[in-house]
Ligand binder design. Structure first.
Ligand code: GLP
Length: 237
């Protein structure tokens, strides 16, 4: 894992955008896996600005979400709404190039199988954009004795249920749909963005290089092409 440090989220996001655009230049039909949350916010905004400068940039790019909350009563706060607002609309990603998850499906196991099939057909993911959960999770792969390889319904850790995306939800989701650890590790390249409050301890654990299920993000040390970008305003190096 290659870790670089930035003094603020803007400079971190500029580097992240440069990486995405460079990969897109090499492969116009890039399959991008998109995390949600606050960490990739400015990155996505910068990609929108890149589109404004060159409207043909994303005309073949494909997007798959990393995860989705289960049980939100309204579309507000869903990963789908976030991705639609920050990526699909600004980058003009057409419906046939977006492989969304249906967290309202009657049979969620079937939905996981459908997502897995889509990933087999469209994948592997070329560039996987991840955020770091406060408890070290990736997507909704929460710390556990055994991590799941593929798309599954995850029971959310208490910390995940406090995430700002669902802060105003009347009923807090207790479950989520997520790509599994192997799905993430099968990506050709991974971009892990680390920013935000309350991640000091988990960042220390990640930087230690010890791979442990207690901090699923540490599994990224087993991948040969990971760029980890950290904002160090909050982290003692
Ligand atoms: C949430 C999201 C993840 C995200 C992570 C970190 O659980 N479902 O996709 O990567 O938390 O979020 P943030 O970047 O807001 O800290």
């Amino acid at each position: 894992m290659n870790i670089s440090y930035f003094s603020n989220t803007k400079t971190m996001s500029q580097k992240a955008a440069a990486i995405v655009l460079e990969d897109l230049e090499k492969n116009a039909s890039l399959l991008l896996c998109a995390a949600t949350g606050s960490s990739p916010n400015i990155l996505y905004q910068l990609l929108g600005e890149a589109y404004e400068r060159q409207t043909t940039l994303f005309q073949k790019a494909r997007v798959i979400p990393l995860d989705e909350w289960i049980g939100l009563a309204t579309p507000k706060g869903t990963c789908h709404a976030y991705i639609q607002e920050k990526l699909l609309l600004p980058l003009h990603i057409s419906k046939d190039r977006y492989f969304g998850f249906n967290a309202e499906a009657d049979d969620l196991e079937k939905e996981c199988n459908r997502i897995q099939k889509t990933l087999q057909q469209e994948g592997p993911i070329d560039l996987c954009i991840l955020g770091l959960g406060k408890n070290g999770h990736l997507g909704f792969n929460e710390p556990a004795t055994e991590l799941k390889s593929h798309c599954h319904v995850a029971i959310l850790a208490p910390q995940s249920q406090e995430h700002s995306m669902i802060g105003s939800a009347a009923t807090k989701p207790t479950k989520g749909l997520t790509l599994g650890m192997q799905d993430i590790l099968d990506s050709k390249k991974i971009l892990l963005l680390v920013s935000g409050d309350g991640k000091e301890e988990v960042t220390k654990q990640l930087r230690s290089g010890d791979v442990s299920n207690d901090c699923p993000a540490t599994w990224l040390w087993n991948h040969s092409n990971v760029q980890c970008l950290v904002t160090h305003d909050k982290f003692v190096l």
